[in-house]
Every structure is written in C-alpha cells, then in structure tokens.
Design a protein around this ligand. Sequence first.
Ligand code: UGA
Length: 438
Amino acid sequence: MRIAMIGTGYVGLVSGACFADFGHQVTCVDKDTGKIDGLNGGVMPIWEPGLEALVKANATRGRLTFTTDLPAAVEGAEAVFIAVGTPTRRGDGHADLTFVFEAVRELAKVIAPGTVVVTKSTVPVGTGDEIENILRQEGVTEVSVASNPEFLREGAAIADFKHPDRIIVGAEEEHAREALREIYRPLFLNRAPILFTARRTAELIKYAANAFLAVKISFINEIADLCEAVDADVQDVARGIGLDNRIGPKFLHAGPGYGGSCFPKDTLALLQTAEGVGVAQRIVKTTVEVNDDRKIAMAERVARALGGEVKGKRIGVLGLAFKPNTDDMREAPSIPLIKGLIERGAEISAFDPVARLQAEAMFDGIEFADSAEAAAANADAVVIVTEWDEFRALDLGTLARSMRGKTLVDLRNVYDRGDAERAGLDYFGVGRGRLNPS
Ligand code: UGA
C-alpha cells in the first residue's frame, strides 16, 4: 500500500520504517528541513537501536522516502498517518493538538476520496471527531478517520513495533478497518492480536494503558519506601507478587520515578480529559503526585546516604537519559536529581553513553566524563540513575579504589548489596532493607 506518514519523531519514523519493511511504499513528511535532509543523507534524528540500519535498507530499496512536501506525500496515498507531537500544553496539562490540526488542514487540500486518515499520535478522546469536522469544513468527503495508537517503547521501538502485544484499531467504517488490516497483515501472520473498537474507545485505550503502567510504577515505588522502613526487600516483593499472573512481573521495578515523553504527559492529559467531563480519576492523580515528589526526593536520598550533607562533595552520576538505550532526556529523573544536588552545593561529574549532547544543553556547571570510571574517579559518592547495560558490569573494586569516598547509591537496584560491600562500598539501593545500614 502507499502510505504517507506525517511527523518523523519517535513514533512516525519507527512506524514509517517498519511499514516500509513490511513491503509498503512509505513517504515520511516533516516540516523540519534539517531532519529531512539528515534522513535523506542517512543521519538519524534520534538514537534508537537498529533504526539506522532499517531506514537505510528500506530507503535503498526505494520503499521509504523523506520529504518536506506534504501535498506530494499525501497525493496518491491510500492511508495517511498522523504521527506528529502532542506535547503538554503550557500551563494546563492538556495535550496540545496544534500540530495535529495543522497537518489535517494541510492534507485536506490534497487528499483523495477513499483515503483513510489514521491518528498514531497520542490524542485525547474525541480528536478523531474533531479531525472529521475539520475535513468536512474544508470540503473533504468520503475520507475515513481511524485511530491506531502506538505502544512502542523508546530503546526497544523496532522490536515492539514488529512484535506488538496487540494492535488497536478504532474505526467507524469497514473501509478503514480493511485498510488497517491490510497494512498490518504481516503481523497477523505472526498472530499479533488485533482489537477493533470504536474510535473514541481506541483513543482512550492509549491513555488508560500508559496511566496503568504509571500506576504500577508509583505503586512499587511506594512499596519500596515501606520496605526501607520495615526492613524488607522490594525486589523480592515485586517477584513475589509478579508471579501471580493477575499482577504480572513487568513494570514493577522500583527506582527514581518514571520519566520520558509519554507517562508524565499522558497521565496529565488523561486527568484533563476527566476533569473536562467532571469525572474523578483519583488513582491517576495520586500516581502523578507520588511520581513528582519522588523525583524531587532523590537528591535528598543521596544527601542522606552521604550523612546528610553534600556541600563540597563530589558526586559521580551514572546515566542521564530517562531510560537506557535512548538519548532522550525528557522528564528524566536525572534532571531534578542533579539540580537538587547542585543547589545543595555538590560538584557533579556525569556520564551517559549517548545523552551527553542533550544533557549539555540542560545543565550549567557540571562536568561531563567520558566513561563511568572517569565519572567515579575522586567522587565521594557514585549514583546510578539509568540502568545502562554497561553500568551493570562495573568492576566495583577498582571503582571503589578510584573514589574519594565509598558511597554507592544504586537508584536502579542493579547491584547486590553483598557484592558492593565486599568491594569496600557502602551500598544504598531502593527498597532493599533499611536505607542506612547499621
Ligand atoms: C511508554 C510505554 O511503555 C509504551 O508502551 C508507550 O508506547 C510509550 O510510553 C508512549 O506512549 O509512546 P517509554 O516512555 O518509551 O514507553 O518507556 P518505558 O519503558 O515505559 O519507561 C518509562 C519510564 O518508566 C522510564 O523512566 C522508566 O525508567 C520507568 N520505569 C519503567 C520504572 O521506573 N520502573 C519500571 O518497572 C518500568
């Protein structure tokens, strides 16, 4: 099929490249000339494992092209996906749909009857209806509007796209369902479940899914606090409850709070939707508060591990991106942590395998090291903030000897307390017994 993909952010670029890999003819459009020039020259705008190879392979085969010319991309397309950003609107937590509606107005000028317009951007309930209204106002008829939310995770985006737990299609017309069935056909052959729903339901499924995952994380983070007070181990609690199939083991890793471009934004937008219709969402509201407080509390946690005072202390921060395998710094727990430590007078030496460039634009007055070992050298404390694989296999003995102090704050529970202590370190994990070893 001929597909136009509007927006080459995470979702648009990965979806476009994967659709091309399924054998479709895909044109990706973006207003950002620099991004499109880069993509045409094989330069990826984001760091995502496997993406460059996938894009290059499909571009070489002529199935994947990039342009800034939206009318040219939409002309002749049987399906037009909208995958532009829906950031949090400044000041009120609503999803900002400016880019979505701009794209719709532009495509309305050229779209042919019979085309299916599909929202892949995360959009509030009712956005499909609004898109339909805009198209009608612009004189467009015989175009179906469907919702096909995306559930891929950064850092595992291609595998998630190609092996999804489910595909959700919200459509009101059989024609749109047929088109999406055809687009995703290679995945049905792999038995990926597809769920057809009403359009509004599909829009809500996306928010409900992200909110539920956020709830799970905040839940286990509060249980971790309890573990510290009653001398229990949250890793074992998570395993103990996760083995119950009704609960499941995933998204029960206690840590410094969730970040990224999705959970913080989508939980707020869900709350706005609910408020707009006068329905309480107390669980999600509390989840957001728990997470915001937790991220801010991490600097104090490091200070406590150092005896309460960080002024003049040198702290090696390992990991800046909001999660491993991405250079994305949006809402990363490292941001309030580092800011909080700087405010308390600490000196920071930070290392991240890929997010340095992004981080440099965010922090003033911190040092950037070229390796984990360099960040730890002469430090009073080392804090693991992002669980990059390369931080899982550090030589703790060598690390301890290179440090000035001996405090290891492991916000991702990557290490075993016994191993760290044998290496001569004072170990502070998350929810693993009493915070301060006696
Ligand atoms: C999330 C969802 O997992 C995807 O399904 C969804 O498509 C995406 O948002 C989106 O809406 O676009 P993503 O933000 O890329 O994906 O990353 P996650 O792996 O979900 O992690 C989000 C945050 O939660 C990270 O800061 C991570 O460290 C944290 N987390 C995750 C925990 O603290 N504990 C866990 O057990 C799992």
